[in-house]
Design a protein around this ligand. Structure first.
Ligand code: ADP
Ligand code: ASP
Ligand code: MG
Length: 427
């Protein structure tokens, strides 16, 4: 008998009927002879609703209290799922992240799991119970405070549980049939991937494909856990996330790799330009030191060629939109010290990325990507690349066109539409 870990996202437990449906699915796995451990997300848009409530009473809620509030969402669904299972004649025990032994660092709002001590889960399994764990939360080893793992963090809870329990299977149930070549909400012709490597999935997740939390993919890769991403609304086999781009090199005679795994987009970025930075050693370092000091993660950076006449240059970078105001305030404090002219803030931008291991060995991918964007009338603001990714910054209003144009240009469109979105608001 093996351990199966399942994760159900917010859209899969959105209301009472959905919770009963999920309970039946969990019981099926138990009836098939498995020990079952389930990580659940908050119902539907509960987390967003709780955030709205917090901001209604305080524009800048204390991080500790925000975490206390947000973890309540997952506590509601864990108890309801356990009740629905018990109604089917099976016994279930729900546990908060802290009770389940999910130990994190002390960073509120984006804590990292550093260990899982699943003693209570193992005892509950040994007593024959189905275990339901509240996702997206843990407890800090240092401060003993309750923490949350960042938006989408229940995926990471599931993988961490699977690793700690040495589970045979880790299934992530969501509102689409797997990982697609693009977000099915904007590309109905997107194709389901049967398999995708950790590296490609990491780039997809980091580039905005929110079907999996970035940390969950990192955790799975580090612990060699295969993830099965599938829909809780259908019985279809989904996508297996496993293996490395180096394992499946075509020259080793294994299955031929697709050149492009998919196109991802991200609407959560903003762009800041520091205009007229004196072109001297150490100025860029000072700017980015200050940003690091306030915890801002920088994505792309461009410094334009300095105009010889002025001896000044402009530095443009992108960052999470949510960090925009903090970054602007931090930079304003060093205006006199650095001696730049002014700051420009633009949050009407988006990022579109093309991802695929085949880029390493196929020339012309960049040319094809950029000409597809040009034909769609999309202007490129900034560019960055990794070994298996090309990303561009475009106007917010052109994101969807850019994604569709790239998807078509790389022959990713399916002949028959198979990309169904079963639920969720996409919020
Ligand atoms: P859950 O609530 O189950 O965690 P999420 O909303 O976090 O679900 O993630 C599922 C959503 O991810 C899908 O509804 C889809 O709109 C979006 N998505 C973005 N990119 C992709 C992709 N490449 N493949 C599948 N889904 C994607
Ligand atoms: N409920 C949290 C969120 O909405 C965590 C999750 O769903 O994974 O981000
Ligand atoms: Mg999610």
């Amino acid at each position: 008998m093996g351990i199966v870990v399942q994760k159900y996202g917010g859209s899969s437990v959105a209301d009472a009927d959905a919770i009963k449906r999920v309970a039946r699915r969990i019981v099926e796995a138990k009836k098939a002879g498995n020990d079952v451990v389930v990580a659940v997300s908050a119902m539907g848009d509960t987390t967003d609703d709780l955030l709205d409530k917090a901001h209604a009473v305080s524009p800048l809620p204390p991080a500790r209290e925000l975490d206390m509030l947000l973890t309540a969402g997952e506590r509601i669904s864990m108890a309801l799922v356990a009740m629905a299972i018990s109604d089917l004649g099976y016994s279930a025990r729900s546990f908060t992240g802290s009770q389940a032994g999910v130990i994190t660092d002390a960073v509120h709002g984006k804590a990292k799991i550093i260990d899982v001590t699943p003693g209570r889960i193992e005892s509950a399994i040994a007593e024959g119970h189905i275990v339901i764990v509240a996702g997206f939360q843990g407890v800090s080893a240092d401060t003993k405070e309750i923490t949350t793992l960042g938006r989408g963090g229940t995926d990471t809870t599931a993988v961490a549980l699977a690793a700690a329990l040495r589970a045979d299977v880790c299934e992530i149930y969501t509102d689409v049939d797997g990982v697609f070549t693009a977000d099915p909400r904007i590309v109905p012709a997107a194709r389901k991937l049967d398999r995708v490597t950790y590296e490609e999935m990491l780039e997809l997740a980091a580039s905005g494909a929110k079907v999996l939390h970035l940390r969950c993919v990192e955790y799975a890769r580090r612990n060699d856990i295969a993830i099965h991403v599938r829909s809780s609304f259908s019985q279809l086999h989904g996508t297996i996330v496993a293996g490395s781009i180096d394992d499946s090199a075509p020259e080793e005679g294994t299955m031929e790799q697709a050149i492009i795994a998919g196109v991802a987009h991200d609407r959560s970025e903003a762009k800041i330009t520091v205009v007229g930075v004196p072109d001297k050693v150490g100025e860029a370092a000072r700017i980015f030191e200050v940003l690091a000091g306030v915890g801002v993660n920088i994505d792309m950076v461009v410094q334009n060629v300095s105009a010889a006449a002025t001896g000044r240059t402009d530095i443009t970078f992108t960052l999470p939109r949510a960090d925009g105001q903090g970054a602007m305030a931090a930079l304003a404090r060093i205006q006199d010290e650095v001696g730049y002219d002014k700051l420009l803030f633009d949050d009407r931008v988006g990022k579109v990325s093309l991802i695929g291991a085949g880029m390493r060995s196929h020339p012309g991918i960049t040319a094809n990507f950029f000409s597809a964007l040009a034909s769609a009338g999309v202007n490129i603001g900034m560019i960055s690349t990794s070994e298996i990714r090309i990303s561009v910054i475009v106007d917010e209003g052109q994101i969807d066109d850019a994604v569709r144009a790239a998807h078509t240009a790389f022959d990713l469109d399916a002949d028959e539409v198979e990309a169904v979105v079963y639920g969720g608001t996409g919020r």
